[in-house]
Design a protein around this ligand. Structure first.
Ligand code: SF4
Length: 282
């Protein structure tokens, strides 16, 4: 069995930056609280928690003098509450997510209703909406009915969606709402880091018989990566880590490809590779 890896996979700069900030802070203090998991990868969160980074689900649970906001950012309400509680804010919001938040906020101030192509319950999307005073909505179906006051709409995207999917959504949205629209802005807030990983997965698919996509099941970009790989027609499995590989998948397979989401550490990919090699040798 030959094992090939995508020419680009794993930690993006936003996740790397967030993890580095947490590790730096852990050198200064024994324990820190992160508001939600620092990245959508259970193994990374477990490793950081063993070093002292505890995940809290609300600011009421913080019992140190500082709190870390994750790479997915936080809404205005959370920033205000941190301020009111007198907590020291350590903000690891990815600059690309921050830019999407600021763009959306500016567009609302200019009088646009913001429509985000994205998952309503995704942390990043919730946190962008959290700056918009109710003047934003997230949808996946372009035909879904949305409020369009004065015919003014700005379309943005969850950063982890593929550019092509966002543009297709925008085209369908315009078509579905053409009678109400007067003034439309489309701002591409998709992330190039994830897009390049999707493209690398497509290149990998041209060379292999099966693809393993490594990363948290709660990671939107990893799920999308698995969808992109599967859409090539190559058998694809999304696995959290090496423990989820089934020997039957790879039996008789000549070339296995590995890729990984933007929140997946290199160590997880190495463990998958090692497990595949052991299967091959035994
Ligand atoms: S995937 Fe893109 S937007 Fe998300 S954390 Fe990484 S660099 Fe930032």
């Amino acid at each position: 069995m030959e094992i090939l890896k995508a020419d680009l996979f794993g930690f993006c700069f936003g996740v790397r930056r967030a993890v580095d900030i947490v590790e730096e802070k852990l050198e200064e203090s024994e324990k820190i609280d992160t508001l939600g998991p620092i990245v959508h990868n259970p193994n990374v969160v477990r490793d950081l928690s063993e070093e002292g980074a505890e995940v809290v689900n609300s600011l009421d649970e913080v019992n140190t003098d500082s709190v870390i906001i994750t790479a997915h950012g936080a809404g205005r309400g959370v920033h205000k509450e941190i301020d009111q509680k007198g907590l020291n804010l350590i903000d690891t919001t990815c600059p690309i997510v921050k830019a999407a938040q600021e763009t959306a906020e500016d567009l609302v101030q200019e009088g646009y209703q913001v429509v985000i192509y994205g998952e309503n319950d995704h942390t990043e999307v919730r946190n962008i909406l959290g700056w918009l005073d109710g003047k934003g909505i997230a949808i996946l179906d372009p035909a879904e009915e949305v409020p369009i006051p004065d015919g003014r709409v700005a379309l943005l995207s969850q950063t982890t969606k593929g550019k092509k999917y966002f543009f297709d959504f925008a085209a369908d949205f315009l078509q579905a709402n053409r009678d109400q629209l007067e003034d439309v802005k489309i701002v591409d807030t998709t992330c190039g880091e994830t897009r390049r990983r999707y493209e690398a997965a497509e290149r990998l698919a041209e060379q292999v018989d099966l693809i393993l996509v490594v990363g948290g099941k709660n990671s939107a970009n990893t799920r999308k990566l698995a969808e992109v790989a599967a859409n090539t027609g190559i058998e694809t499995h999304h696995i959290k880590d090496e423990t989820e590989i089934k020997r039957s998948w790879v039996e008789g397979v000549e070339k296995v490809g590995i890729t990984a989401g933007a929140s997946t550490p290199q160590s997880a990919v190495s463990s998958v590779e090692e497990t595949l090699k052991k299967f091959h040798q035994s």
